[in-house]
Design a protein around this ligand. Structure first.
Ligand code: PMP
Length: 405
């Protein structure tokens, strides 16, 4: 049974005041607060059970190695990946995309080739591909967005050419909250022999993906958005690709043999995990996924859907409010504007009443241009939020609007 009071007790950060007001945290798409189970396990590993992994002949090193590999198995299961070797730990979505852009680019992208991304991507899924295109004299092509926020997937077949090497799209938009039809996109791409990378930053936190079902070739996400520690993340890749890609970084653990003449590399996944990885964080991330599974994904979805629907209804009661991206299905966030008022001014006033919301370009300047605005306001909900918090935020929003009008 989902007991919101009990759930909220699991998150210490929710029980604090800012500027003398109880915190209302509606910036969950940026990062989520951590359950006590995650905080405790990370504390325990830092205060007691710390030993560097993989090369140890001692108890602590072995314990941390076991935990790190257990985390890999949990993530394999969470994504329904075929093999543990396909799960590469990274420091986050951005790190995973940059790693892929380098390694995939070195192996498969040449002068005149093309990469397709969408108009609704986060800067992290734009700039690494631009850098790759600059390095390789390749070009970036853009899948447009409809007025209601849907990707114009029907235009994808005509965008794909014999030079298309990779298509990179978000599982869900961090601005509009719309869940993209990734299975359909992948099917179109595969019909043309093109692999697809899914940016799962805003999808992993809403139940993840069945990567074999959608037949995704690469998938990236960040642990800190999935109630895990900062500095954690994953790059999933199909073994047939990862085995072919050159390493991104060189160093300890990613080698098989080293001599000054020639180095041979370790197999998967270690080939892509040079140096001491964030094994403490990885185990924290595993603990977060365990916690979410115990809470129940159905319960989480139900709570988050009821919050986002309620917020939509309350926002529409306010004069001059415009919610962007009407298309469904949505995750649990809403981006909106208020006629004649700068989003940052509202966010700053709300902050002073203890309410954390996001405002600005939301790391998606091309999408802001698409909608003809400089910025938006965003409320993003977690299952630990409540309708009472939404009511308080709406009252604060109305007051801020009156003050600024
Ligand atoms: N892609 C999307 C869709 C995101 O929402 C974010 C984070 N806002 C990122 C990429 C980048 O994630 P990180 O900063 O954790 O690397």
């Amino acid at each position: 049974m989902f007991n919101i009071n009990k759930i909220r007790q699991d998150f210490p950060a929710l029980h604090q005041e800012v500027y003398g007001k109880p915190l209302i945290y509606f910036d969950n798409a940026a990062t989520t607060q951590k359950p006590k189970a995650v905080i405790d396990v990370v504390n325990e590993m830092n205060s007691k059970t710390n030993g560097n992994i993989h090369r140890a002949f001692h108890y602590l090193g072995n314990l941390c190695t076991e935990r790190y590999e257990a985390a890999r198995e949990t993530i394999r299961r969470y994504l329904n990946a075929a093999k543990k070797e396909e799960i590469i730990f990274t420091s986050g979505t951005t790190a995973g995309i940059n790693m892929l852009a380098f390694s995939f680019g070195e192996r498969y992208v040449h002068t005149g080739d093309e990469i397709i991304i969408s108009e609704a991507e986060h800067h992290s899924n734009i700039v690494p591909w631009q850098l790759l295109c600059e390095r390789k004299d390749a070009s970036l092509k853009i899948l447009p967005v409809h007025d209601d926020g849907r990707l114009a997937v029907e235009k994808l077949p005509e965008l794909i050419t014999s030079r298309t090497r990779l298509i990179c799209v978000a599982q869900a938009s961090n601005v509009l909250g719309i869940r993209n039809p990734v299975k359909e996109i992948i099917a179109i791409a595969h019909a043309h022999g093109v692999p697809v990378m899914i940016d799962g930053a805003q999808g992993a936190v809403h139940g993840g993906i069945d990567i074999q079902d959608v037949d995704g070739d690469f998938y990236v996400f960040s642990g800190h958005k999935l109630y895990g520690p900062t500095g954690t993340g994953v790059l999933y890749g199909k073994e047939k690709y990862l085995a072919e890609l050159p390493p991104y970084q060189g160093g300890g653990e990613m080698i098989d043999t080293v001599s000054f003449e020639r180095t041979t590399y370790a197999g998967l996944p270690l080939k892509f995990e040079a140096g001491t990885p964030n094994y403490t964080g990885a185990y924290g991330l595993k603990t977060a996924i365990d916690y979410l599974e115990q809470t129940g994904w159905d319960n989480i979805h139900q709570q988050e859907t009821s919050l986002v629907n309620y917020a939509m209804q309350r926002l529409q009661e306010i004069d001059g409010v415009h919610v962007y991206g009407a298309a469904q299905p949505k995750t649990s966030l809403l981006a909106f504007g208020i006629n004649g008022i700068h989003p940052s001014d509202i966010a700053l006033l709300m902050d002073k009443t203890g309410i954390a919301v996001r405002a600005g370009h939301l790391c998606a300047q091309p999408l802001m241009r698409r909608f003809g605005v400089q910025g938006m306001l965003r409320f993003s909900f977690s299952f630990y939020n409540t309708k009472e918090e939404i009511d308080t935020a709406i009252t604060a929003l109305i007051k801020a609007k009156q003050l600024l009008a």
